[in-house]
Design a protein around this ligand. Sequence first.
Ligand SMILES: [Zn+2]
Length: 131
Amino acid sequence: MNLSPRDLQRLQGVHADLVRVVQRAAQDSPMPFVVLEGLRTRERQAQLLRQGATKTMNSRHITGHAVDLAPLNDLDGDGDLDISWRWPHYFELAKHIKAAAMLEGIEIEWGGDWREFKDGPHWQLTRRSYP
Ligand SMILES: [Zn+2]
């Protein structure tokens, strides 16, 4: 699949290495996906914190080291792709994103692998390799 103009717009300000992973995944992944969010202002992060959608102000979205991706699936069988919030789709997509990162030689981590507050759409460059 090709990233849409909206996806590309949402990748603006995101670290080039993370963009490379997303682009490689878009090329290779049999499961289509969309970019939900990339760079985030401190104001928006504070708003998400108030809403309980995040637990931290120390988000890698603020520095351009994180993106949120959502798998697309024809959930209602009408032939159109919908954004899926179902975990099995996130696990499936995660395999392809991880494969793309491996091919690009870029160290990333998935919010779905976190022990607490699992975050299925969330991908970030590791703090170890990208402090
Ligand atoms: Zn995120």
